[in-house]
Each structure stands twice: as structure tokens, then as C-alpha cells.
Design a protein around this ligand. Structure first.
Ligand SMILES: *Cc1c(COP(=O)(O)O)cnc(C)c1O
Length: 428
């Protein structure tokens, strides 16, 4: 495959956009080479500027769970656009998507929409601090909650890839209120709580981690966090920006039957438009302005195009709950197929999977936290990435990313992918 036009477009982009991209991980820094410029996408496939067709395993980093250019979403956006694209005034659509989200997700009574996952997590933490009247938060190494200051303390994927877990520009004052814990290590969390008695407002966690590869919680980990929070007057924030409306209609809360106090959404909830949201029981959400003292706002929040896209997406998921089972089966099929060929080719690897999230790590030890995820062999990953690309398969250009399976993928696509993994891994 040739990427002549993509390379030219990248060179032009670099002149006017830092690194040629509007989000760092797109830049291929971790794998070498130049990024591919997309022209269009439909279903399971991307079509690039050089006319190549690629099977897509990123799917806009999660949102396109039903495939690209999903017809009901596209139609909803077109119809809404004709009626005006932004008003800065309430619309009925906002209540409709809010009511649907609240009905699908357990344990939430009110939801507020914002424009990104970053904004959702940032606002959730402010709300938790306002509600508990405490300052500190606990986050886990390798978990990513967007790029707002208090989270750039050993964040996942992008931040790891670029070796700047503590970004310049984040002040020491901000960093001191973020305590860092080890994923899947309850004892570590308990120790931190003990050392900061009555100072911790919230524990924020990806209940299934997806930004250091895919790392499911160990048995008892989330239950333990819930208990520690309840015992110590700490709010438990589930960052379900990646897992919400993906692992189940009600996200990880439903999957593992655990109640968080505040839940953050993004990605799927926007159907591919810029949307985030955070939700909780009424008592907590009523702490937000204009009802309560915690300020949070947004000129384009609840934007009609974004809400139309999100509503069409949630309706599709709500009406056909079998989607989640289908996705799980496809992902299990892919994982089993890859496992078989990688084994046959004597590759040292670990595959993690849950629902429609899967990741391949080039290390033999169990991948359960940031430390074990970081052990993966990046040289092998680079060969894997570029080899698959040559075969017309697009996975994330970083070893720390999860693959997102979409319902648009056929079993032929999955078989083709498994054969490509076989071919590529013979060259390691
Ligand atoms: C993607 C992601 C975010 C950030 O969302 P943006 O829309 O990129 O700001 C936050 N948390 C998790 C778990 C994510 O995967």
C-alpha cells in the first residue's frame, strides 16, 4: 500500500498545526512513519486519501460502536442541521437524550452534557470536591481521564507514549492534590486513604482500564474501592468515557453490579460528535449551578447536532440490547484466532479482553497495571503495527491502546485480520 498523498498532506499540516495533528497520539510518534489522512469511512472500513481501504479497529477511539457513518446518526444530524446548529437555549432534545441515558444506566438520576470526556471528568471532580468539601483525589497510574491539569499525573496512552506523564504547565500546587495509586492494588489505596485521613474527596477510576491496553479489574478490586469509599466518606467516580454504552447498556456499573457515585461519559454517548456527560444521584447533581454552588457551564453544551447524534446512537443501542452480546462474541472470536496464530508462531504475548475491548501485549506476564503494561516490547509492536497496516488493517499507533470492535465488522473481516496477524507475526 502506498501513502504518498497522506505523507504530502502531513507535511503541509506540520507547517500550521503543532506536530501536524490536533491530538498527539494521531502522529505515529510511537511507531514511526507518517499518519494516514482519512477521506471517508463507512461501516467497518476507512478510506484514505491515497485510495486505500483499511479495516478499522480504532473507530474514532471508541464512539463508532455500530460502524462508521451509521445511517440513523447521519440522518439525525442532517435533519437537525437544517433547523439551526446552535442556540444557546434549551431544546427538547436535551431532555430526551438525558431521560434515555438515565433509563439505560443504573444508579443515576440526573445527567449534564458537556463537549468532551475531558470536560466530563474535570467537572465530576469539581463536583465531588464541592459536595464533600475536601480537596484531594486518588487516581490510578495508567488511567486516563482527559488532559485537564489534575489528571496529568501518570496518565495513560498519549501521555505515556510521549514520555511526559507529568506535563510541564501542570503546577506543583495542582499535582499535590492528586494522589497516585496502583491499579488493581486495594492495599495501596487503603494506605493512601489512611495517610490522608478526611482529605480525600474522590477516587476516580476507569472501572475497566482502556488507556494502558485493556486491563479488566481483578476480582474484588471495584467492590473493594466501593467499600473504602463508603467507609471513608469518599465519592467513587467511574470514568466510563470509554466503557459507557460499550461494555453493556449500563456500562461497568451494570456489568459488575457496582454502584459508583458519579459516572463520566464520552465517546459512544456522542455518536461520533463532540460530547461528554457526567451523572449521579439527584442529591449530588443538585449541587451544580444553577441549583447549587458548584459552577459548571458551556456555550455549546447540549448542542443540537451533538444531541441528535447521541440520541440516535443510544436509541439504536437501547432497542437492540443483543448488540452487546454480538460484539462480545466477535471480539472473543478475534482474540481466540489471534491467540492461536501467535502461539503457533512462537510469539511471546498476552491478550487481554473484556466485551468489545481487546489488546495485544508483547510480553508473556499477566498485564494487570501500568507497570506490567509498560513491559511490552515496543519494537515488536512497531513491526506488528506496520505489518498490519500493509495488509490493510488499522490498529492504534501505540502499544498502550485498546482495540475497539464495532458491530459493522463481519466474520470475514475478522478472519482476514487473523490471517494477517499470522502472516505478520511470522516476520518478527
Ligand atoms: C477518551 C477518554 C477520556 C477523554 O475524553 P476526550 O473526549 O478525549 O476529552 C477520558 N477518560 C477516558 C477513560 C477516556 O478513554
Amino acid at each position: 500500500m502506498l501513502y504518498k498523498r497522506s505523507s504530502q498532506l502531513f507535511a503541509e499540516a506540520e507547517k500550521v498545526i503543532p506536530g501536524g495533528v490536533n491530538s498527539p497520539v494521531r502522529a505515529f510518534k510511537a511507531v514511526g512513519g507518517t499518519p494516514i489522512f482519512v477521506k471517508s469511512a463507512k461501516g467497518a472500513y476507512l478510506y484514505d486519501e491515497d485510495g486505500n481501504r483499511l479495516i478499522d479497529y480504532i473507530n474514532s477511539w471508541g464512539p463508532m460502536i455500530l460502524g462508521h457513518a451509521f445511517e440513523p446518526v447521519v440522518q439525525a444530524v442532517i435533519e437537525k442541521a437544517k433547523l439551526g446548529t446552535s442556540f444557546g437555549m434549551p431544546t427538547e432534545l436535551e431532555t430526551q437524550i438525558a431521560a434515555l441515558a438515565v433509563s439505560m444506566v443504573p444508579n443515576i438520576e440526573k445527567i449534564r452534557f458537556v463537549n468532551s470526556g475531558t470536560e466530563a471528568c474535570m467537572s465530576a471532580v469539581r463536583l465531588a470536591r464541592g459536595f464533600t468539601k475536601k480537596d484531594k483525589i486518588i487516581k490510578f497510574a495508567g488511567c486516563y481521564h482527559g488532559h485537564s491539569d489534575s489528571f496529568l499525573i501518570q496518565a495513560g496512552s498519549g501521555a505515556i507514549t510521549f514520555g511526559s506523564p507529568n506535563s510541564p504547565g501542570v503546577t506543583a500546587g495542582t499535582a499535590k492534590d492528586t494522589l497516585l495509586a496502583k491499579y488493581n492494588d486495594l492495599e495501596n489505596v487503603a494506605t493512601l486513604i489512611e495517610a490522608n485521613k478526611n482529605e480525600i474527596a474522590a477516587i476516580i477510576v476507569e472501572p475497566v482500564a482502556g488507556n494502558m491496553g485493556c486491563i479488566p479489574p481483578n476480582k474484588g478490586f471495584l467492590e473493594g474501592l466501593r467499600q473504602l469509599c463508603t467507609d471513608n466518606g469518599i465519592l467513587l467516580i467511574f470514568d466510563e468515557v470509554m466503557t459507557g454504552f460499550r461494555l453493556a447498556a449500563g456500562g461497568v456499573q451494570e456489568l459488575f453490579n457496582i454502584n459508583a457515585d458519579i459516572v463520566c461519559f464520552g465517546k459512544v454517548i456522542g455518536g461520533g460528535l463532540p460530547v461528554g456527560a457526567f451523572a449521579a444521584r439527584e442529591e449530588i447533581m443538585n449541587y451544580l449551578a444553577p441549583l447549587g454552588p458548584v459552577y459548571q457551564a458551556g456555550t455549546l453544551s447540549g448542542n443540537p447536532l451533538a444531541m441528535a447524534a447521541g440520541l440516535a446512537m443510544l436509541q439504536a443501542l437501547d432497542e437492540d440490547r443483543a448488540i452487546f452480546k454480538r460484539l462480545e462474541e466477535k471480539t472473543a472470536y478475534l482474540a481466540a484466532g489471534m491467540e492461536k496464530v501467535l502461539k503457533a508462531n512462537n510469539v511471546v504475548f498476552t491478550i487481554n479482553r473484556i466485551g468489545s475491548m481487546v489488546s495485544v501485549h508483547f510480553d508473556g506476564a499477566p498485564v494487570i497495571d501500568f507497570q506490567s503494561a509498560a513491559k511490552g516490547d515496543n519494537e515488536t509492536f512497531k513491526k506488528f503495527f506496520h505489518g498490519l497496516l500493509q495488509e490493510g488493517i488499522y490498529i492504534a499507533p501505540s502499544a498502550y491502546e485498546t482495540w475497539f470492535i464495532t458491530d459493522a465488522l463481519s466474520y470475514e473481516d475478522l478472519d482476514f485480520t487473523i490471517q494477517a496477524v499470522d502472516k505478520v507475526s511470522k516476520t518478527f
